[in-house]
Structures are given as structure tokens and as C-alpha cells.
Design a protein around this ligand. Sequence first.
Ligand SMILES: [Zn+2]
Length: 112
Amino acid sequence: MPTDEPSNGRDTVEYGTCPACRYVMLPILPLSPCGHDDQPVLTPLTESGIVYSWTAVQRTLEESTTLAMADFLEGRLRITAPIIDSAEIAIGDRVRVTLGRDTPFGLYRVGN
Ligand SMILES: [Zn+2]
């Protein structure tokens, strides 16, 4: 598993892989969407993903959240989460996943 860059002290999130069919999931659900009962194998998601799309959500007059969809693991895992620490994001940017503040997960930009 390649590691693109240091995590800069951010929490690393683990994704699950079904041992029966290799289906990957995040979050890890009690009942895997693939339908197998096997306990998923947990792996730290240390590699970056590519932003596929994003949208800005205006929460209040002053406050907006940028939500991005990013593809990880050569497109096997798509994660939708808020961008942390920045409103600047573009399609094709590289992001990593960490624990979120108001949501289970957050994404932060690491490059383009
Ligand atoms: Zn499975």
C-alpha cells in the first residue's frame, strides 16, 4: 500500500475489505452491502484520492461547507465528506481522509 505523504498528525481512518469478495467499504457497516457475513479486514487508508466532484453547501449567511466526492483505491472506494480547513478544492485535486468534526469523516487537500 503506497503512502503518498505524511499525515501531518491527522487521524488515519481504516476502511474495510470483505475477505470473501474484496468489496471495500467506508464507513464499515455491521452488514456489508455485498451480503457476506465475514468480518471485514481493516486497513489504514493512507493513500490519497482524486476529487471527482464537489459542491458548496451554505449553512448560514456567513458559513458554508464544501462537500467533495473523491475516488480512492483506483476507483474501488468513493467517499463523500466535507473538506476540512479549506474551501478551495477543484476536480482532480488529491485529498486524504481523516476523522471529521461534525461528520464521521473529513477530507483534506494534499495536492493537485
Ligand atoms: Zn463480500
